[in-house]
Design a protein around this ligand. Structure first.
Ligand code: CO
Length: 266
C-alpha cells in the first residue's frame, strides 16, 4: 500500500493497513523514502505520540529529530532509534539532506496497558554499535534486538515487549533459520530479492509482507541475493483503541490523550 504521511513523505505501509491492521503487538510498519527529494523533503514536522514504542532504522540518508523533552539527534545510514513514547511526546523527524537516497523503516510496537503512561525514553545506536553476525556464506544478520540462533544479541534493551528484530542479507542459494517462541507473532518484510518460506514454493518479493503461521522456527531459502527484515514478538492480547498517533486500550483514554494534547500536558 502506498501512502503519504507527515508533511508528505512517500512511504509504503505494510502493517496498519486494511489487509494487515494489527499483528499484535506490531501496529505499523512503514518503509519510507525515495531517491527523489520531493518525496521526503517535507519530513515529519512536530507530532505527538502516546502509548507505543517507535523503532526507526535508517538504511540510507540522514534524519534529524527533536522532541518535547529537549532531546535532539541525528540519524545516519544503519543507525537505530528505539523510542518509548510512554505517556506522551511531541517530536519531529526531518531529512538532513537535500538530494540523494533517503530510505528507512519505522515500526510501531504497542506498549502493555500498565506501561503506556510511563516516562518517554530513548535508545539510540550508531551503525557501528549494531551487532552484526557474519555468515560463512557471505551473508550477514544485523541484530537490532533479540538474538540469533548463534546468540548474536542486539544492543537495544527492552523491558516491555521484547521483539526479535533482524535485518538479514543472504546471497543466492542460501538457507537461513531462526528460532522463535511458539506464542510469537512473526513477519518478514522483503527489502530486495525474493525468498521462499519453509517448504512453500510461493515466492515473497520486494516490498511484500509475509505473516508467518504459528511455529518454533522460521526457515527461508533464496535463489537470488536477498535482504529482509524478520520481526517477532509475543502478542499482548489486550484491548486496542487507536487514533492516529495515540494507541491506548479504551476510547476514553484516546479522548483523554487529545484533551491532554490540547491542554499542553505532553
Ligand atoms: Co513520530
Amino acid at each position: 500500500m502506498n501512502a503519504s504521511d507527515g508533511a508528505g513523505v512517500k512511504l509504503k505501509r505494510s502493517i496498519g493497513t486494511p489487509e494487515a491492521d494489527y499483528i499484535d503487538p506490531f501496529l505499523m510498519l512503514d518503509e519510507f523514502g525515495s531517491e527523489n527529494k520531493d518525496d521526503y523533503i517535507g519530513g515529519f514536522p512536530p507530532h505527538p505520540h502516546r502509548g507505543i514504542e517507535t523503532v526507526t532504522y535508517m538504511l540510507n540518508g540522514e534524519f534529524e529529530h527533536e522532541d518535547s523533552t529537549g532531546a535532539k539527534g541525528r540519524m545516519s545510514s544503519g543507525d537505530v532509534q528505539w523510542m518509548k513514547t510512554g505517556g506522551g511526546i511531541i517530536h519531529s523527524e526531518m531529512p538532513e539532506q537535500e538530494s540523494g537516497l533517503l530510505k528507512g523503516f519505522q515500526l510501531w510496537v504497542n506498549l502493555p496497558k500498565k506501561h503506556k503512561m510511563t516516562t518517554p525514553h530513548y535508545q539510540e545506536f550508531a551503525a557501528d554499535k549494531i551487532t552484526v553476525e557474519k555468515r560463512s556464506d557471505g551473508g550477514e544478520i544485523r541484530v537490532i534486538s533479540g538474538s540469533t540462533n548463534n546468540n548474536a544479541t542486539g544492543a537495544v534493551v527492552n523491558n516491555y515487549v521484547k521483539p526479535t528484530y533482524l535485518h538479514v542479507t543472504l546471497p543466492a542459494n542460501a538457507s537461513f533459520e531462526q528460532n522463535i517462541a511458539k506464542a510469537d507473532n512473526t513477519f518478514i518484510y522483503m527489502i530486495s530479492g525474493h525468498l521462499c518460506i519453509g517448504d512453500s514454493t510461493e515466492k515473497l518479493d520486494k516490498n511484500q509482507l509475509g505473516i508467518l503461521t504459528e511455529g518454533t522456527s522460521v526457515k527461508v531459502v533464496t535463489n537470488t541475493a536477498t535482504s529482509f527484515l524478520l520481526v517477532s514478538a509475543m502478542p499482548l492480547n489486550e484491548p486496542l483503541a487507536r487514533s492516529g498517533p495515540f494507541v491506548m486500550n479504551s476510547k476514553a483514554e484516546i479522548i483523554q490523550a487529545y484533551s491532554d494534547l490540547q491542554n499542553n500536558r505532553f
